[in-house]
Design a protein around this ligand. Sequence first.
Ligand SMILES: [Zn+2]
Length: 128
Amino acid sequence: MAPSKRINKETVCMLAPQILDWCMMTYSGYTTDISIEIDYCKKPKTKDYALYDFTDRNITVMYNVSNTPKKLITAIIHEYTHSLQNHGWYYRYHNLVGYWNNPYELAARKKESEWIECYNDIFKSNIK
Ligand SMILES: [Zn+2]
């Protein structure tokens, strides 16, 4: 499956837990007590590909925007990175410098570039 191939909701729901597993294995090695759920939501008018809820420890994937393997992996890596960050500091930074320059957002955006490693790991052994 090419990284930019359009995927439907069913495929998003099949891939998302595998991507989350990959993130846990790669970024925390299952050493931390992490439980994250993934929800799926249709948001036609938002630019957000996904959201992370610090309180519920929940990633919501907008399946109609995160609709290619690359976008889905990028979105989940981004939100997973937030799950490793400090809730209180996220909002302190936000109040100081806003969303775009929040150091936690910068860190999450930087991590997105690692999508190709996840893509290779999942797709070389998985679906064609
Ligand atoms: Zn973010």
